[in-house]
Ligand binder design. Structure first.
Ligand SMILES: [Zn+2]
Length: 246
């Protein structure tokens, strides 16, 4: 057992607090990574949706162009027939038909122009979006990658710190360790100093008899919150004595 069991005990507690801090940090980074992954998915989804929109417009242009071509052919066919028709009535009917095709062609032209315009604007916007998309994806990849590296580093730290525990524990009375291991599952600060005759965590007033024990450097369990209590001055005196005894 160490010459400074209380010092060793405080070191173990502080090691455990470090372990908890590192662990919490890992969880925070993991949560942040998840948010970034979700953001990436959203960015990808948005671009896909816009690509789909451009694709639909192009399909509309193709359909309209095909329709125009058919109208052209139909008009041409009617014109060819016009030459071979001698009947005036029939001739008149054909001419009317050709007029109708011309009007349809004109209307089709207007529609085609308007879709073409939309497509052109959308394509331009897609190019801009693609540039912004590439930058955003690269930024997100970098963040996620950095976070992964940080997590790996922290996990390594966690392993090292956990490996230190047995050595730290070796200098501490088993009785303290038992009480501590029970308490540290339940609270973040399982060992607290006495302040003004009371527990500094729950303010429970400590009976005089227990205060005497505390002043004799005992660890006492708080009746209010069950944390382990120690008297700061008594423990400091002990350390000073121990130091001078070397
Ligand atoms: Zn207490």
């Amino acid at each position: 057992m160490s010459d400074h069991p209380f010092q060793a005990f405080i070191e173990l507690i502080s090691l455990d607090q470090d372990i908890r801090t590192v662990h919490r940090e890992i969880i925070q980074i993991q949560q942040s990574t998840e948010k970034h992954l979700a953001e990436k998915q959203e960015v990808v989804g948005r671009l896909d949706q816009f690509k789909q929109h451009v694709h639909e417009l192009r399909k509309m242009v193709d359909t309209q162009e095909l329709e125009m071509k058919e109208l052209d052919q139909q008009e041409k066919a009617q014109k060819d027939r016009l030459d071979s028709v001698s009947n005036a009535k029939e001739h008149q009917a054909l001419k009317k038909e050709i007029e109708r095709f011309k009007r349809a062609q004109h209307e089709g032209e207007v529609t085609l122009m308007s879709i073409w315009n939309k497509l052109e604007i959308a394509q331009k916007e897609l190019t801009e979006q693609q540039t912004a998309y590439n930058a955003k994806i690269e930024e997100l990849h970098k963040i996620i990658h950095d976070q992964q590296e940080k997590i790996t580093g922290l996990q390594q730290q966690l392993v090292e710190k956990k490996n230190e525990r047995p050595t730290k524990e070796s200098g501490i009375p088993q009785d303290w360790l038992d009480k501590y291991s029970h308490m540290r599952m339940q609270v973040e600060n399982p060992v607290v100093p006495v302040e003004r005759g009371g527990c500094s965590a729950c303010f429970y007033t400590i009976p005089d008899q227990e205060l005497l024990r505390l002043n004799r450097r005992a660890l006492v369990q708080c009746k209010g919150c069950f944390r382990l209590l120690y008297a700061r001055e008594a423990m400091q005196d002990k350390q000073v004595e121990d130091e001078s005894a070397k």
